[in-house]
Design a protein around this ligand. Structure first.
Ligand code: SAH
Length: 357
């Protein structure tokens, strides 16, 4: 798929023509990753964060948010719930929290992996999503048994990235470099972007898709940018500030999200692509299903204990906020089956990684 084709689709508004894009994405999805939808149990283990990202409610200066960090016992209980529900993977996500100490994390990973490693009861795949951490930490966690790491590069536009994601003092953020290191350490590597960031152009999205393919990602998550009122970006008025972007401001809409899911599937046929909670937040009724029908093959049911869930407020009015793990589980199964897809068995490892060897 060349760049002109990508840009033409991104600008397409005609429903009948878009049906052709959805059809292509769905058929490439079926041919490459099949009908199984893999479930990854998400545990939001800490809301502490040292960053000042302009988009995220967990940013350090947000004093209106009570912070929590789950104990190892609480996290192990969630992992055990993931097993009971038959998930192949547990995803441990957090703000960028130095209080998540490296050795503590390594011990926790080892404990999760130690729970059942014979053939009849294989260990869970462990995915980490803890922000930017040092090479030593990534290596330690990999040795402890971590299988995958998720780190969105958020946008391929470096200038825009710097604006929305300020670097820490004396440490320039380079998420692309970190993704490459993760690959070298043997992790399955996941990344992705937000759609409709103020100041993001259609060219930027086309570059994002090209970068997905060149970095060689195992998982690619794309979701709409959702303004949070307690952030600088949530308070600015995009229509005034970015009106004169040459090719126009990308909307943070449901339709643009489907286009990005579909085009990502066409550009990266074997990648694992989730139908995200941010998309479900824009359309609670059928966002998940439509994502799955337009290229996605993964969902991430939330296992975070209800007492903490509302505090992990990266954006407001998140879907699934007031549900228990059990309710999320049942809801996801129902949605998957309602569109004639099957529940993935096993860990749902990346077909891309298998090809890389
Ligand atoms: N601290 C980790 C995890 C962040 S939360 C990290 O930085 O990687 C995971 C993802 O949620 C982010 O990468 C971002 O793409 C998304 N996110 C954060 N704030 C958001 C918002 N306001 N709207 C939509 N997505 C958001």
């Amino acid at each position: 798929m060349d760049r002109t084709t990508i840009l033409t689709w991104l600008h397409e508004e005609e429903p009948a023509r878009l049906n052709e894009l959805w059809r292509q994405a769905d058929s490439v999805r079926r041919a490459n990753v099949g009908d199984a939808v893999h479930l990854r149990g998400l545990v939001e283990i800490s809301s502490h964060c040292i960053r000042q990202c302009g988009y995220c409610g967990l940013r350090l200066p947000n004093r209106d948010l009570a912070r929590y960090r789950m104990s190892d016992q609480e996290i192990l209980q969630c992992a055990s719930l993931a097993r009971d529900f038959g998930y192949g993977t547990v995803v441990l996500q957090a703000g960028e929290d130095p209080g998540i100490e490296a050795q503590w994390m390594a011990d926790l990973i080892a404990q999760i992996k130690a729970d059942g490693d014979d053939r009849s009861r294989p260990a869970l795949a462990v995915t980490l999503s803890l922000g930017e951490r040092s090479d030593e930490e990534l290596q330690l966690w990999r040795r402890a048994g971590a299988d995958r790491y998720l780190l969105r590069f958020e946008t391929s536009n470096r200038e825009l990235f710097d604006r929305i994601h300020p670097s820490l003092p004396n440490l320039r953020s380079d998420r692309i470099a970190m993704l490459r290191r993760l690959g070298q350490l043997g992790y399955e590597v996941g990344s992705g972007v937000m759609i409709g960031i103020p100041g993001q152009s259609y060219e930027d999205l086309a570059n994002d898709i090209e970068l997905f393919a060149t970095v060689g990602l195992d998982m690619i998550g794309v979701g709409p940018y959702l303004p949070h009122p307690q952030t600088p970006m949530g308070q600015e008025n995009p229509s005034t500030e970015f009106r004169n972007l040459e090719s126009g401001q990308v909307p943070n809409s449901e339709l643009m999200t489907y286009k990005m899911i579909a085009l990502t599937r066409l550009a990266c046929p074997k990648a694992n692509i989730p139908s995200t909670t941010a998309l479900a937040t824009l359309n609670r009724q059928s966002g998940r299903e439509q994502g799955l029908m337009r290229g996605a093959n993964i969902v991430m049911p939330n296992l975070t204990p209800p007492a903490y869930r509302a505090l992990y407020e990266i954006y407001p009015a998140k879907a699934c906020l007031y549900e228990t793990a059990q309710q999320c589980h049942g809801c996801m199964l129902g949605r998957i089956e309602s569109i004639g897809r099957t529940i993935g068995a096993g860990r749902g490892d990346s077909p891309n990684k298998a090809a890389r060897g």
